[in-house]
Write a protein that binds this ligand. Sequence first.
Ligand SMILES: *Cc1c(COP(=O)(O)O)cnc(C)c1O
Length: 407
Amino acid sequence: MTTAAHPVSALAPNYHPLPVTVAHGEGSWVTDTAGRRYLDLLSAYSALNFGHRHPALVAAAHAQLDRLTLTSRAFDHDLLEPFATRLAGLVGPLLAGTSHLVLPMNTGAEAVETAVKAARKWGYEVKGVPADRATIVVADGNFHGRTTTIVSFSTDPDARRGFGPFTPGFVSVPYGDADALAAALDDTVVAVLLEPVQGEQGVVVPPDDYLPAVRALCDRADVLLVADEIQSGLGRTGSTLACERWDVRPDLVTLGKALGGGVVPVSAVVGRADVLEVLTAGTHGSTFGGNPMACAVGLAVIDLLEPGTLQARARTLGERMGERLGPLVDDERLSGLRTIGLWAGLDVAPSAPGGPATGRELCERLLARGVLAKDTHGATIRLAPPLTIDVEDLDRALDHVVDAVRG
Ligand SMILES: *Cc1c(COP(=O)(O)O)cnc(C)c1O
């Protein structure tokens, strides 16, 4: 018998967090167990677009806790229909088609799974694809979640290795290359599933003609365009959907992260009624999807987004962020910088003297300066401050980023 090394932690090691233990959060700030304060430039991967404990979201959650928390979908509750109506009202006008439905789930991965199932069933029942032959085209470098089906079409070896056998029916083509996509569209294709901006890949923004070309190709081939806006949606890029930045209307959109306001997990598929209609009673579901807590917080999130002020704020503050970070590229301190709205991907230049060698090292330097950010794919870090961040706090945080990059 072999004895396993005694674990230092009872947690499974599937994350490698920065060495900080947070005990309190408010707005753009968190405080650790030792009382040190940090500006949060990650915003839980955009789940905290409205900051920590936004008063309107906390109030909605408190009020709901005192009234009704769960019914399951076996019974309706009084916020389910209002949530669906309001979310369809916010997002429907940005989608293809004239009539839209909402299918509530909990996590992002579940929303993506729901979109995959809806697209396949639509393919068989409406488009007429032969049974079990449906193909969904995705893009290299994608991130859509962690289920076995979703990692089946990941191109990240870490996300896939050891988790086979994989779900068939997916084809991956280079991101940003409309010709490669066109070549993949045969008669079995039911959907193209894309992130309009690849967040996890390091805020990769496609060429301006890409998404419009994808939309045109999907129209021509009778293929659904499914936009995964779980990270890019709900204000981050300066509009309610990132797709709006290119005037592109997807058939289905997956939302998550910020839809729960950083309070509870809330996700949804919003899309053309004639597509989501295929998921009839008994064919798909979720015990917690659309629960009263989720709907109460989700409605308060919609209240925050409806006026468009936060989306405009993301654009204005994003320009400020771009202007502040741009010189680091000119100085060859960064080898890459991509921004859209209040969202940036920075690639450290490992050969820059005194600069950080990796994204992780940059995050450690920022942590020491009281700023939280997270690396991805080695050399890259992603900045996604709360859309509610004070201008002074943003400037202060960016000063630290600039200094930490310069070393
Ligand atoms: C985070 C994310 C997901 C998965 O969401 P979970 O809530 O972690 O399951 C899916 N797609 C995109 C684009 C994401 O950023």
